[in-house]
Design a protein around this ligand. Sequence first.
Ligand code: DP6
Length: 421
Amino acid sequence: MAEEGSKWVVMVTGRSPTNIAVIKYWGKRDEGLILPINDSISLTLDPLHLSATTTVAVSPSFSRDRMWLNGKEIPLSGERYQKCLREIRKRANEVSDEKQGIKIKKEDWERLHVHISSYNNFPTAAGLASSAAGFACLVFTLAKLMNVKEDLGEISSIARQGSGSACRSLYGGFVKWAMGNNADGSDSLAIQLADETHWTDLVIIIAVVSSKQKETSSTSGMRETVQTSALINHRAETVVPARVLKMEEAIQNRDFASFAKLACTDSNQFHAVCLDTSPPIFYMNDTSHRIINLVEKWNHSEGTPQVAYTFDAGPNAVLISPNRKTAALLLQRLLFQFPPNQDTDLSSFVVGDKSILQDAGVTSMKDIETLEPPTECKDKVPYQRFTGDVSYFICTRVGSGPKVLTDETLALLDPITGLPK
Ligand code: DP6
């Protein structure tokens, strides 16, 4: 290794996606190791629209480990960060940076410090799971920097110790988190069921629902559920094991009808066990319930599922349609029922893959005003419109797993100082 006083900095930048569970993880059997009480299954979302980017740097001039999140320094003292750092450091190997003529020996990693800078390409305030992308990216990028040779499965079991759902973000496409049996958690890891090329027709629309309420964190919410709910055991021991098998089959066969039924039922059961918690936990609000009604009514009137919905620990709806045509029809319905406040511009109200807007025939705010009520409610009580109840929509798709970004201009740390740019 070059001398202590020398100024070299070696760094790596990575990008990791977020994921949305269609069979939910809710409840731990071991809080310290983050071991779940049931398997879960998720879709990885396109990192172009929802991801974390992280740069990790090492230098003999760093005096301690430091981290910046979205530009602000945050403490790294938390047990979850410490575990991820420790587990990756344990597996570090020799690294040589030929360009700079530096060799970092395996044993050097124990005393070298790192700087970490991470940012999310979606607003943290939106209440979208940012810890999954964040911990997946931290662990993935540190593993690259330290030349860790273990496979992605083992890397995912380290990310799991940062935040349970993070382990599923180590792969693209369709992913299962196998709960495992071992007391040390070594077999509680992510497994890719199918990659992002398997079922490319799916279109995902996320309704970011305005919420003033402070939500219960997933960590404390699931702890309270495990301690107080009588339903959670039935869910974990009987319902989920059977549902996971059916969901794997639905994904394998690209069977949207089964996929949608399982996803909606599982989301509803997750919220039911939250309600069965004492005191009860309410993650969904009136807008969430209205979105469920909209989808259920439409699905019922067509006789077969057009759209699947799923809600995590918050009011935002994640809606999955089988193809662009149905996604356009869905977007029309959503924009009809949840138009934006005045003075909002369309380009900030529908973000991500905006091409769905064209398919929906909506190219201006005027088009939203003149949308017709959906046919399934024509002869019913006139449909109410809830202006401003959805903050914005994100159109996206199933995407790929973590990647190293080789374009040095994307690095979040300065290559000379190792401090945020
Ligand atoms: C509702 O992974 O955020 O999103 O493991 O305590 O960090 P910790 O919890 P977290 O919980 C996610 C819960 C969920 C369902 C899911 O993603 O499976």
